[in-house]
Write a protein that binds this ligand. Structure first.
Ligand code: C5P
Length: 228
């Protein structure tokens, strides 16, 4: 299991300072909507300049018509990032086009599909999708698998089921990880130990790291708990 730290801080400088603090760690860094809209390519370059071995997950969760998604996927692959994601609800045709386009790039990034956002509880999910969260997330994961994607973004609660419905090597990346109880917007939160038990491949942690007084210490604690 690997750790991915979300660079969701309010400024470019704050994100870069955090990346510098973590530069010795074998981790992924997640560049999300906030940072990418504000800072663009600059943040990708700066992270790789700090440590070439940092892996970058560009978390833009794209959703559009197949041709537009494939064009965007090609542009993302050309940025030199290591992983990006799409919404599985864009459908199999769009996901297949994305994979086909990405396969032509020099170094194809890993492509994941978002199943259900971890901020949804079952009721909130049903209001939007009209279906049971767990069943629909499993269906989205199957669609992504059949479209040739490398894995999914899901909650730790669905990780094991998704693997058993697809393939053990089908990556599950799980946000909503908390070191202890919290009352923020994440509904389906899990601990590091639970995510590991449920076979998550990559855990994403944002606020518990970057809001800490000593982010490096928290990262070290998480890695230690991952390795136990
Ligand atoms: O601060 P926190 O640990 O909740 O950060 C989680 C990160 O993972 C955020 O950047 C959020 O956008 C992202 N994410 C998520 N749920 C998903 C996909 C991504 O929370 N399903």
């Amino acid at each position: 299991m690997k750790l991915c730290v979300a660079l969701d801080m309010p400024t470019f400088e704050a994100n870069i300072e955090l990346a510098r603090k973590l530069k010795k760690k074998d981790i992924w860094l997640k560049v999300g909507l906030r940072s990418y809209i504000r800072d663009g390519k600059k943040i990708v370059k700066e992270i790789k300049d700090i440590n070439q071995n940092f892996k970058i997950f560009l978390d833009l969760k794209i959703y559009d018509i197949p041709n537009t998604m494939a064009d965007a996927a090609e542009s993302m692959a050309n940025l030199g990032i290591d992983m990006f994601n799409v919404h599985a609800s864009c459908g199999k045709e769009a996901m297949r086009e994305v994979m086909q386009r990405v396969s032509n790039s020099k170094k194809p990034p890993i492509v994941l599909a978002v199943t259900a956002l971890t901020s949804f509880d079952d009721e909130g999910f049903r209001k939007v999708y009209g279906e049971n969260l767990e069943a629909k997330a499993a269906q989205f994961a199957k669609d992504a698998y059949e479209s040739g994607l490398n894995g999914v973004v899901c909650s730790a609660f669905e990780s094991r089921l998704i693997k058993s419905n697809t393939d053990e090597n089908f990556i599950t990346l799980t946000p909503g990880i908390r070191l202890k109880d919290s009352n923020d917007d994440q509904k389906r939160v899990a601990t590091v130990e639970f995510a590991k038990k449920e076979m998550s491949d990559i855990i994403v942690v944002g606020r518990p790291v970057y809001n800490a007084k000593d982010p490096l210490h928290v990262v070290e604690e998480i890695i230690q708990r991952m390795e136990k």
